[in-house]
Design a protein around this ligand. Sequence first.
Ligand SMILES: C=C(O[C@@H]1C=C(C(=O)O)C=C[C@H]1O)C(=O)O
Length: 93
Amino acid sequence: MSLEHIRMDIARVDDDIIRLLARRMELAELVLKEKKRLGLPINDDRQNALVLKRAMEKATELNVDTAAVREVFSILIRMSIDRQHEMSGEGNL
Ligand SMILES: C=C(O[C@@H]1C=C(C(=O)O)C=C[C@H]1O)C(=O)O
């Protein structure tokens, strides 16, 4: 495969990643609605730990750098928590 072709494939993968990020954020908004109904706080340390553990297990299985995956997922969790605060009208406090 040529360099140009490989880079086109990378661009497609990048698009897919962003689409999945958008989907994850939509799901975070749905989670927020349920938490409001149930009277639960936005941040859930237990669930955060579970998400990180699951991601690192998958990274291990797929032979991807687990420390890097942990960093990426920490950012994803922070993004979804920030979005939920914004949706609650609390800004980024
Ligand atoms: C999405 C949720 O809200 C927060 C964000 C999480 C995430 O992005 O995975 C996990 C736990 C919560 O701190 C949730 O509770 O599931």
